[in-house]
Ligand binder design. Sequence first.
Ligand code: AMP
Length: 238
Amino acid sequence: MYSINRKDRNSDPQPPNLGGSLGDLLPDVWYKGKEHIIETNQVEQHIKMKNIVIFGAPGSGKGTQSDKLIEHYGLEHISTGDVLRAEIKKGSELGKTAQQYIDQGQLIPDDLMVSILAAVYDGFGRGHKGVIFDGFPRTIPQAEALKAMLAERGDSVAAMLELDVPEDELMKRLILRGQQSGRADDNEETIRKRLVVYHTQTLPLIEWYKQEGLHHHINGMGSLERIFSDICQVVDNL
Ligand code: AMP
């Protein structure tokens, strides 16, 4: 849900900074008269933010399908794995801490991840069309923190898309990715640890999102196009 200066209703209203096509659309309406405050529900019809959690085991195709979603819907994208790898490359303190966990196939502590996520999300400013959360949340506390963080900003998750891929296929894909990209954590020993972490800490999120009424199952086997078209069927109806 998007809100425009609700607390400013009795003060001098300013046009919201929405950016992009909505930014072009709204000022016309806005300046019809300062005395008329646009009802937020009218605005919400235009600004339906599609915050999407793309969920699945390592190797399930989250990154690939995220790229297609970005291109198709013009969404922003947060890959927590990419954020951490960039910090490692920079040699920052955060990167040094993250590396110890990543090398062991373990998760970075929740409080650290949540503060990184909030900072990246706020970096997108207001008025974006939605954000794809790729690799986050990975634990129930992270899902709760994401919900609270978005609610504080008047936003919410619109859908959680579970990319479902059998374990033997995940192993094959990750080993191949390790050979091609040289990603240090895509070696057989670390992959096995990551899959155990996925089963014990991340998989319970499926039930959590089912209870939230946000879970959508996507068959992650098959051609990229077929999988993406299944995803679009969900996203188009949000
Ligand atoms: P990914 O590229 O999403 O597979 O992430 C690579 C590694 O980064 C994971 O195995 C974790 O060690 C760490 N990581 C990424 N996202 C998270 C997260 N949301 N919570 C904790 N650790 C994470």
